[in-house]
Design a binder for this molecule. Structure first.
Ligand code: 5MM
Length: 340
């Protein structure tokens, strides 16, 4: 394992003013997002949509990397160029989602575990050949009546660590994503407790599997109240509770934390990241983004399945990238939204 190379890639992914686009929706997930807008999900529409994102002018200014889905890393653009080359031409690093999705955890109603470890070594070798430099694996933790259970937290933390070790062995930076879901009516304190537990156990397993912390990135949820909670957390409260939770669980050797947006509105996801970066100085890790919905919601809506809307969609995408690029240094202001 070339640790220096892993560290250099991880550092590039959290370079100042830049973040990651998660464009790794499985067929089921992108199908759901397209369906909500009346767009058919076919190999061609998925390609056209992602091609629109990747060929947006100047994306390299605020985008360090893109997480791809298996279909996309093998796909060519309508002009016959590999999709990964569109990214490379823009100065953006291609990465790949390598989990094979979350399934029900046996004997643990309401909980999930993530599959995909079998055959992972061989799949990673192929992704290296195809030009990937980093990988991602998502684990799902649900808050509810009596859950999460120890069985769920341990199973997911163990799988994340096994995946991360495989990824580093292959020379690919792992992005370890333990997501405590926003779904439910739980309080922000319950989210804090579940996140702290999950993160501490995840780092214990990463240590046991010999994962080099300086050659990985963490992709966690923010600490936030449940979507259906009567009392909704404020921006400063989310920033505070999130950073305090991370300070108590994420070793300083980890170069960066790239948040998922998890179903927050795009403006809230930007405001929360901005608040963390403006309220805290001298944190041991970079605080950045690896959003899917919070970057894609508006461009997807503007595109609407019609390639004659590409200009408007790319404008919406470039704008969200610029806003989150500013949030990286705490220099975002809501007034910047209207200046577009
Ligand atoms: C939580 O999902 C990840 C981040 O997206 P959001 O910012 O929208 O929360 C995302 O990378 C996710 O892993 C992909 O969308 C793929 O999910 P599926 O369920 O299709 O594997």
């Amino acid at each position: 394992m070339d640790l220096r190379k892993l560290e250099a890639t991880a550092e590039e992914l959290v370079a100042p003013g830049k973040g990651i686009l998660a464009a790794d929706e499985s067929h089921g997930t992108i199908g759901k997002r397209f369906e909500g807008l009346g767009i058919d999900s076919t190999e061609t529409t998925r390609r056209d949509y992602r091609q629109m994102l990747f060929s947006t002018n100047g994306i390299g200014e605020h985008l360090s990397g893109v997480i791809l889905f298996d279909e996309t890393i093998r796909q060519e653009s309508s002009g016959g160029e590999l999709m990964t080359n569109l990214l490379k031409d823009a100065g953006v690093i291609p990465g790949i989602k390598v989990d094979k999705s979350a399934i029900d955890l046996p004997l643990s109603p309401g909980e999930k575990t993530t599959q995909g470890l079998d055959g992972l070594r061989e799949r990673l070798e192929e992704y290296v050949e195809m030009g990937a430099h980093f990988t991602k694996w998502r684990a799902v933790i649900t808050i509810g009546d009596g859950i999460p259970t120890r069985a769920c937290v341990e199973a997911n933390a163990h799988a994340l660590a096994r995946y991360a070790a495989h990824s580093q062995e292959a020379g690919l930076v792992p992005i370890v994503e333990p997501e405590v879901l926003i779904d439910g009516d739980h309080s922000i304190q319950q989210c804090y407790d579940a996140s702290l537990w999950t993160l501490n156990r995840t780092f214990a397993h990463l240590y046991e599997q010999n994962v080099e912390l300086s050659g990985m990135l963490l992709k966690p949820n923010m600490v936030i109240s449940g979507k259906e909670a009567a009392e909704q957390s404020g921006v400063e409260e989310v920033a505070n509770m999130t950073v305090e939770c991370l300070l108590r669980s994420v070793p300083a050797a980890v170069p960066g934390i790239v948040f998922l947006s998890g179903g927050q509105s795009d403006l809230r996801a930007t405001a929360h990241l901005n608040a963390m970066n403006s309220m805290y100085d001298g944190l041991p890790w970079e605080l950045s983004f690896s959003y899917a919905r919070a970057l894609q919601e508006r461009p997807m809506e503007a595109w609407g399945g019609d390639n004659s809307n590409v200009d408007a969609a790319q404008k919406a995408f470039a704008h969200r990238l610029k806003m989150n690029g500013a949030a990286r240094s705490g220099s975002y202001d809501k007034g910047m939204e209207d200046a577009a």
